[in-house]
Write a protein that binds this ligand. Structure first.
Ligand SMILES: Cc1ncc(COP(=O)(O)O)c(C=O)c1O
Length: 305
């Protein structure tokens, strides 16, 4: 019997082992562990893949959110609207920067931010919204962007779980994470594009914002030892960039494999009245970072009795 892995990283590695081993050894041989050539190469390759002007690599997906919020000059007390159902990182950075997280419900079908709930949560203090493309399914960006535009809000797409996904709007097909003012992602090993350790990136088409985010991620300096603003130390390791450069070439294939498994499960559960299989809106391609079932007729219970 073969145990079923959530993500079989070993098998994935063995398929690309020769290339990965060579790339990692090259970095070790070069000793350019910090800001070596593969880092900029990866930024360029990812920017071409996503069709976005700027990719700023950083240390992880949580930092990516923090750097974006720091660069946007959000002030303590400003309200940032986020879904009540997401991974902790989305909310954690809002609180860390002394901003005020305001939770809105998700649509139970997509598990993503519900536009009607968003509109109701907006106050004069609201400055930004953080839609999360949870489990690999895009939030309804057309509607969210329209609301954001109406209220002059910045949109930070948390794309940690949906890299490789397409969003179809009236204006055409774009990659998720590139539609809002800024997008962030995580390359945590189990993600659709996973590094061999922690890693992340930020994307934007806005030149000035990209410049500021690069500074924030690099101790607030543009020129070495000239610290213009308060920043942090969040770099993508060269070894991780070397691995990601190879894995990026396989991202579409990894996504297709996840979608094929999801199709298989959809069919297997189709006639089971106790299970609702994942919803797939026509406006996006679900990239199935997770295949999440809803168990019908399960009574809610409390941990405390
Ligand atoms: C939705 C979401 N946002 C942010 C993050 C944070 O990414 P990282 O673990 O790379 O810091 C994750 C990671 O799982 C995530 O799922």
């Amino acid at each position: 019997m073969i145990p079923i892995q959530m993500v079989d990283l070993k098998r994935q590695y063995h398929k690309i082992k020769k290339e990965v081993d060579e790339a990692v050894l090259n970095v070790i041989e070069s000793t350019a562990f910090i800001n070596g050539k593969p880092v900029q190469e990866f930024a360029n390759n990812l920017s071409a893949y996503l069709g976005v002007k700027h990719v700023i690599p950083c240390a992880n997906g949580t930092d990516a959110l923090q750097i974006a919020m720091m660069a946007l000059d959000l002030q303590p007390g400003d309200e940032v609207i986020t879904p009540s159902f997401t991974f902790i990182a989305t909310t954690e950075v809002i609180a860390l920067l002394r901003l005020t997280p305001v939770f809105v419900d998700v649509d139970p079908k997509t598990f993503c931010m519900d536009p009607s709930a968003l509109e109701k949560a907006i106050t004069p203090k609201t400055k930004a919204i953080v839609p999360v493309h949870l489990y690999g399914h895009s939030a309804p960006l057309d509607e969210l962007m329209a609301i954001a535009k109406k209220h002059n809000l910045v949109v930070i797409e948390d794309n940690a779980q949906a890299i490789g996904g397409d969003y179809l709007s009236k204006s055409g097909k774009n990659k998720t994470g590139t539609i809002g003012h800024v997008g962030t992602t995580s390359f945590f090993p189990s993600k659709n594009l996973g590094a061999y350790g922690d890693a992340g990136a930020i994307f934007t088409n806005d030149d000035a914002l990209a410049d500021k985010m690069k500074m924030v991620a690099n101790h607030g300096q543009r020129k070495r030892y000239y610290y213009e603003i308060v920043g942090c130390n969040s770099r993508l390791d060269t070894i991780q960039a070397a691995v990601l450069n190879i894995k990026l070439k396989h991202l579409d294939e990894y996504v297709k494999a996840r979608q094929a498994v999801a199709d298989f499960y959809d069919k297997a559960f189709a006639n089971n009245p106790k299970i609702t299989t994942p919803f797939r809106a026509s406006y996006c391609s679900h990239v199935f970072h997770q295949y999440t079932l809803v168990l019908n007729d399960v009574k809610c219970f409390s941990w405390r009795t």
